[in-house]
Every structure is written in C-alpha cells, then in structure tokens.
Ligand binder design. Sequence first.
Ligand code: NDP
Length: 251
Amino acid sequence: MSNKQFSGKSAIVTGATRGIGKAIALELAKRGANVAFNYSKSAGEADKLKTEIEGLGVKAFAAQCDVGQTDSAADFVKQAKEEFGTIDFLVNNAGITRDQLILRMKEEDWDAVIDTNLKGAWNFSKAVLRPMMKNESGGSILNISSISGVVGMLGQSNYSASKAGMIGLTKSLAKEIASRKITVNALALGLIETEMAAEMNSEYREKILEQIPLKRLGNVQEVAEIACFMLSDAAAYITGQVIQADGGLAM
Ligand code: NDP
C-alpha cells in the first residue's frame, strides 16, 4: 500500500462528471483514496473519469444514479461498499439550478432543485451512515452548499432554500453522529468557474464580480483542496461548520 494521505480510504462523490465534483474526485484519488461517483446523464464523461481515476492507481466505481431517488441512492452506496469494503468519506456535491423570479418559477423547477440538492444530500447521508459507523476511525461527510443559502440570491428561491437546507442538515447530522466519530461540515461556495456558473446571465455575473473583494471567480482546484482538508484527519476536530469559500463576497 502506498503512503499517500488517503491510502486505504474510500470516498463517494455525488455528481462528479464535471466541474467541482470531478475536481474533488480526482484530488481524492491523487491522494490515494478509492473513489465511487455517480451521475445523472453524462455516461461518456463518467467512463472517461473512471479510467482517469484508475490510472492514478486506486479503485473507481461509477454508476448512473439520480441522487433524488432514495432507493437508487441506497443501492449505489451498497454497491460502492461491496467494491471497496469501507466508505470513509461522502461528498454531497450533485446539484442543479433552475433560476427564475418566484412569480415565474414553475412548481416543477422548485421540486427538481429541492429533490436533487437537498433530498439528494439527505438520501446519501442516510445511506452511508451504517457503513461509516462500522469504521473504527469514523468518517466524514462534506456538503457542497452555497453562499446563496447563507445570504439569498435574486431568482434563486428554490436554489437558496435547498442550499440553506443543506446547512441545517449539516448541523443536525453533526450533532446526531458526533459520538460515532463522524464529522459533518459544509462548504458555502461563492462563484466558481464551472459550466453551472457559465449559465449565469453575463450582466449579472459582471455585477457580482465587482462585489467580490478578491476580484475573481474561484476555481475547482481550490475547492478540491479545501474539500480534502475538511475530509482529512487535520480537520478531525471540526464538525457542524460552514466554511465560506467565496473570495470574501458574503462576509
Ligand atoms: P455542474 O453543473 O458543472 O455539475 C453538476 C454535476 O452534478 C454533474 O456531474 C451532473 O451529472 C451531476 N448531477 C446533476 N443532477 C444530478 C442528479 N439528479 N443525480 C446525480 N448527479 C447529478 O455543477 P458545479 O460543478 O458547478 O457544482 C457542483 C456543486 O457545487 C453543486 O451542488 C452546486 O450547487 C455547488 N455550487 C457551485 C457553484 C458554482 O459557482 N459553480 C457555487 C456554489 C455552489 P450529469 O452531467 O450526468 O447531469
């Protein structure tokens, strides 16, 4: 076994075919963890990532699984556990936006965002708890939230509610399972350069950029490094916390 930081550990990252999830999955693999990840539509990207992760000398497991479906989430976790033997880390990353002012927002846009972002995180957290509780060294869950859930954002009543919900989920779960040596934390991200951020109206994006004290968007590698720190033993005494990585936007 190699002596990398996460050698012998196994992680699940939800929604890792691109963007932040992909960067976190690769960084975990580079540091020696086996990585299981799911996706909704992008089977081709998932195959490529699986090969890339295996090329780093660790095991990879990938499957299509809608995070919002409770039974599918439980099945995915069961399969990952069978592949790897243990589950030490969970990163609830899968997320979508369906931005619209509330008067024009359709009920299906509310439901889709809440089901994916919030119920998805609940589904996966619930499913990993039993395997994690069996680990002598416990485990760590990281929820990828947003400053939209902390301060609210125009046109994001559904998304802000889902991301604020993830923060509540983080704190409740942290209290419930701290005695089992499982930590639960959240990252409240500002604007990070991914396809999701590229969908934003360019005028609105410029306006937000002006308000970011560091005067730039974040990048996925920066998020991956923070995520690995939060999952690592170095952060073992941090639980129930929301770490804002937003260039100072929401301070
Ligand atoms: P992307 O849109 O680039 O990627 C989203 C990923 O989630 C894809 O792999 C997608 O898979 C997967 N996914 C979407 N829906 C589902 C589902 N129902 N089941 C399983 N997988 C799904 O997003 P980002 O990388 O930008 O964002 C990742 C996370 O970070 C999200 O939770 C987002 O809310 C959060 N965040 C992002 C910010 C940003 O500025 N980018 C800011 C703050 C928070 P597929 O391709 O198969 O659909």
